[in-house]
Design a protein around this ligand. Structure first.
Ligand code: GDP
Length: 215
């Protein structure tokens, strides 16, 4: 299914969003958190999302077509220190407009560096989503950079904080390098987009430790 994903359009302002229609799933996260790598790993594509060498530059929302009417949506990375105020204001406007109003949005992957989860802008994003009650799954990326015990500790602390900030959000360890959490994220994506997983496996998507490759 994801092999057929193709770039559809970029939106620099809300008026350029495609018409509401089929289901869409968005990926968001701070610049350099590993969002592009996560999209590529989950979709098993090497270059669907551009792994950036100049973080913070892209202030557009990229829509990728999946199947007949679904979209995978790549939201602009945030939090890059050298971004000027005007660019950040534009980012906030674009992002909050998309997250607050997009009816086709079925779920949001929030990618965070496992070493620095839930920073201020990650919290802003959850705050924007709160009234919409959209499903959220936090991917603690670059988990391969932590020891197993440190990664499990970060996961437990993140879940504890989410219980207050966004109680319905799931969280899991993720690594586009060693494959941790990739299958589970793919199963969640398929479920949100209501696509059939053609392998029809029984991969658990409930956040149980047995579901991760590390466990
Ligand atoms: P984005 O700015 O959030 O889209 O982040 P990228 O996907 O472009 O990744 C930023 C940097 O982190 C790149 O150098 C990636 O190679 C690296 N990276 C991304 N994901 C992982 C991961 O899971 N493990 C490790 N070790 N490095 C990663």
């Amino acid at each position: 299914m994801f092999q057929t994903a193709s770039f559809a359009l970029s939106a620099a302002e809300p008026a350029q969003f495609p018409p509401e229609g089929g289901p869409e799933v968005a990926f968001s996260g701070r610049s350099n958190a590993g969002k592009s790598s996560a999209i590529n790993a989950v979709c098993a594509r090497h270059k669907l999302a551009f792994v950036s060498r100049t973080p913070g530059r892209t202030q557009v929302i990229n829509f990728y077509r999946i199947g007949a009417d679904a979209y995978l949506v790549d939201l602009p990375g945030y939090g890059y220190a050298r971004v000027p105020f005007a660019v950040r204001a534009k980012w906030e406007h674009l992002l909050s407009a998309y997250l607050r109003t997009r009816r086709s949005l079925r779920g949001v992957f929030l990618v965070m560096d496992a070493r620095h989860p839930l920073m201020a802008l990650d919290r802003s994003l959850l705050h924007w989503l709160t009234p919409t009650r959209r499903p959220v799954e936090v991917l603690l990326a670059k988990a391969d950079k932590l020891t197993r015990s440190a990664a499990e500790r970060q996961l437990a602390e993140t879940r504890e904080a989410l219980a207050r900030l966004y109680p319905t959000a799931g969280a899991r360890l993720f690594s586009s390098v060693d494959g941790t959490g990739v299958e589970e994220a793919r199963a969640i994506l398929m479920r949100w987009l209501q696509l059939e997983d053609d392998r029809r496996d029984d991969t658990p998507v409930d956040g149980s430790r047995a579901a991760t490759k590390r466990a």
